[in-house]
Design a protein around this ligand. Sequence first.
Ligand SMILES: Nc1ncnc2c1ncn2[C@@H]1O[C@H](COP(=O)(O)OP(=O)(O)O)[C@@H](O)[C@H]1O
Ligand SMILES: [Mg+2]
Length: 237
Amino acid sequence: MILELRGVNSFYGSSHILFDVSLDVPEGGAVAVLGRNGVGKSTLLKSVIGQLNPKNKSSVKGSIKYEGMELVGRKSHEIARAGIAYVPQGRHIFPSLTAKENLLLSERRKKGSDAYWTLERVYQLFPSLREREGTKGNLLSGGEQQMLTIARGLMQNPKVLLLDEITEGLAPIVVNELVDVMKELMKTGVTILLAEQNIKFALGASTFIYIMEKGQIVHACHTDELDRDTIGKYLGA
Ligand SMILES: Nc1ncnc2c1ncn2[C@@H]1O[C@H](COP(=O)(O)OP(=O)(O)O)[C@@H](O)[C@H]1O
Ligand SMILES: [Mg+2]
């Protein structure tokens, strides 16, 4: 497993949010964490990337191992440098910079190595970003902005890509386009851990699913084994 969470408990101040979360992400796999609003999906991803720390009065207990390296207690920039890219919820792009400038700002290459993700490869995956490369971030459509945030994550050339609710607020047709992008991404060998409320998207964009409720993992299965009863029980309206 490239990423292994064992008995993770996360806190904001004295609020206990994640309870004994254990989860495995295989190298090259695509794992989805599904759950309703407020169950702790973002907290889980933030725990992995080191954003829960004393500085913002939050903390993580337990173990999060990435290629055998313990991440709990490490700083987020160290974790990013080690090869984990995080695309936070909401479209955090630079509004006054062009799409291309946004991409180049995120570029990260190991010295002396040929990084897989270049501007050209990113444009092949997202042809609309090539067309819009000279357009300022705030003038892109919602779908284009979200594609730009994913593309920026890729420009960091991560081994693991964490995606937090990238379908939020997008029209169904754009969500379908994103499923196609995810299928292409899965072929490149990058490891994906995504947090989602959109079941249809998660079904198309993952190979394994964990369902969360109130800060706990309540169900785990291969994506093609997720049945209607389980969806209704934990994710139904
Ligand atoms: N910075 C914070 N301080 C205190 N509580 C928070 C903070 N962020 C999230 N929470 C609480 O933690 C719980 C889980 O939130 P979150 O991880 O954002 O859930 P999800 O991403 O599944 O919607 C919620 O009850 C939320 O109110
Ligand atoms: Mg969230």
